[in-house]
Design a binder for this molecule. Structure first.
Ligand SMILES: Cc1cc2nc3c(=O)[nH]c(=O)nc-3n(C[C@H](O)[C@H](O)[C@H](O)COP(=O)(O)OP(=O)(O)OC[C@H]3O[C@@H](n4cnc5c(N)ncnc54)[C@H](O)[C@@H]3O)c2cc1C
Length: 494
């Protein structure tokens, strides 16, 4: 075993969509900085960012009903849906800039226009969906959406879901034509490819095992080559822990005080998938149902048209699963290794207060293969089991944060945790996830490079012309941005 020492201005741990986005941004902003990406697997975007490990929804709040809860007196709270859409507009603009600047070379391999649809049945839910539609109708970001409650129109738009359906019960759809299907694995590969072509070092099959802060503020990382067993150290001025589910463990190893009290709870997922051409031509949308009681946000079932390596698929799920691993290709000891004196109370607190979530998960784990097809038939009554196979998706590690009153609370958002001096930051949690990689990485730039951020602003505004504004309140700017991104990202031609 030999000890080498290398140095870099910036080290990014993990080659998923988060590191890929940050690497691409930094490469544009500071082309002379030395950047090293370290990935334990042999490929870019092979964990949660792989198209088979997530649902590929470009989350924009268009169809996810958990973002629009019903409030008192028949009101609908649309705050979260608007926020998610605003974030996705930032993402879209950066992607369009990336296409125009040669960072994304095959946009169709990454992004496809697929309508986002909310689906409900039963009179109460139809009423909810109508109120949701009305509450969002005045916002330019949602203005193209249609409410459909006519069975014939339902059958015209969604033939697979209409076949053998009993329309005696009221049904409704909220149809948003601006939706997208995204291959976040292909996106990560293209962004990292651009960085490597421009001088970034990417090490595959290499794992960061430890991180130590130096007295002058830089970091020494211990890196192991998983094939040769060779170990070496790497010195960096800034470290981004883009290690997905493993971020909690690595931030704990770094010893920064900001990570104290955080714990993680892994929730896996499984999807049914089919490549039967008769089905993929009869279902041309991503259709989200109402989340079950107790289900985590984004636990709502959905039947999606997906494009993976250019081929159309239908995917249905997710059916939650459970494993103590923090990554799909992680270790069974991950959860146990994350337990610390400072987070045990947070985890126990959640065990006591989140009984509905636990009951929901246990119920889901008990589902048999016929049960799963039964659930699919609530969406597509004509579904036959021989068309579908079960696949294992990625792990989401839900963030558990210390809470004065309850001991701990589960958070379903993505949370940025970093040292106060800005020398290290990492991302916990997985929702809404990859779709918000761009605004989250802008947050990293602002919080970790505060002293440079002002000087970067002109370049950042070139990448995201609406930066600093709410497009909901700027309809003319929104129209301009929408037509630019739609054209460059080829979202006007299916
Ligand atoms: C079932 C499911 C459905 C989802 N659906 C959607 C969706 O529809 N839309 C959406 O926007 N988001 C979705 N998400 C969330 C999205 O997949 C994630 O937020 C996103 O992929 C996370 O990207 P990342 O770069 O942080 O992590 P990852 O893609 O997991 O990348 C982390 C990388 O770090 C590497 N790594 C870990 N530890 C080390 C180490 N010690 N040393 C070196 N490398 C290391 C891993 O091998 C991995 O490649 C979904 C997630 C799941 C699980």
């Amino acid at each position: 075993m030999s000890e080498l020492t290398r140095t870099a201005d910036v080290v990014l741990v993990g080659a998923g969509i988060m590191s890929a986005t940050l690497a691409a941004l930094l490469k544009k902003l500071e082309p002379d900085w030395s950047i090293t990406v370290i990935e334990r697997l042999d490929a870019v975007g092979a964990e949660s960012s792989s198209p088979w490990n997530n649902a590929g929804t470009g989350h924009a709040g268009l169809c996810e009903m958990n973002y629009t809860p019903a409030g008192p007196g028949g009101t609908i709270d649309v705050t979260k849906a608007v926020l998610i859409n605003e974030q996705f507009q930032v993402t879209r603009q950066f992607w369009a800039y990336a296409v125009e600047n040669g960072m994304l070379t095959d946009v169709r391999g990454v992004l496809n226009p697929v309508p986002h649809v909310s689906f409900v049945h039963g009179a109460d839910r139809v009423d909810y969906l109508r109120r949701r539609h009305d509450a969002l109708a005045g916002n330019p970001l949602f203005s193209g959406s249609e409410l459909i409650d006519d069975p014939d129109e339902f059958a015209r738009r969604l033939p697979f879901m209409a076949a053998k359906r009993d329309f005696s019960e009221p049904v409704a759809l909220n149809w948003a034509p601006d939706g997208t299907d995204v291959d976040f694995g292909a996106l990560s590969r293209q962004l990292i490819g651009y960085c490597v072509r421009n001088g970034t070092t990417a090490l595959f099959g290499h794992e960061v095992r430890d991180l130590r802060r130096q007295p002058e503020g830089s970091w020494i990382l211990t890196v192991g080559n998983r094939r040769s067993g060779q170990k070496y150290t790497l010195k960096a001025r800034f470290v981004f822990v883009g290690a997905g589910g493993d971020a909690l463990l690595l931030l704990q190893k770094s010893g920064i005080k900001e990570i104290r009290g955080f714990a993680g709870f892994p929730i896996g997922g499984r999807f049914l998938r089919s490549d039967n051409p008769a089905l993929t031509t009869a279902h041309r949308a991503k259709v989200y149902g109402v989340p079950s009681p107790g289900a985590p946000p984004l636990g709502a079932l959905h039947l999606d048209l997906r494009f993976v390596y250019g081929k159309p698929w239908l995917m249905f799920g997710p059916y939650p699963g459970w494993s103590p691993k923090f990554l799909k290709q992680g270790h069974f000891s991950d959860l146990a290794r994350s337990l610390r004196r400072d987070n045990l109370l947070s985890l126990l607190g959640v065990g006591v207060t989140e009984l509905t979530l636990l009951n929901y998960l246990i119920g889901q784990l008990r589902l048999s293969a016929p049960d799963r097809i039964g659930v699919l038939r609530e969406f597509a009554p004509s579904a036959t089991d021989s068309d579908w196979e079960l696949t294992l998706a990625g792990q989401r590690v839900q963030v558990i944060r210390r809470d004065k009153h309850k001991g701990g609370v589960v958070e379903f958002n993505t949370t940025l945790v970093g040292a106060a001096d800005g020398s290290i930051a990492g991302l916990l949690g997985g929702s809404p996830g990859a779709s918000t990689a761009v605004p989250i990485m802008f947050e990293v730039l602002q919080s970790c490079f505060g002293h440079r951020y002002q000087s970067w602003l002109p370049a950042l505004k070139e990448m995201v012309p609406s930066l600093g504004t709410n497009l909901s309140e700027e309809p003319a700017l929104y129209d301009e941005v929408r037509s630019w991104t739609t054209k460059v990202l080829q979202l006007d031609s299916p």
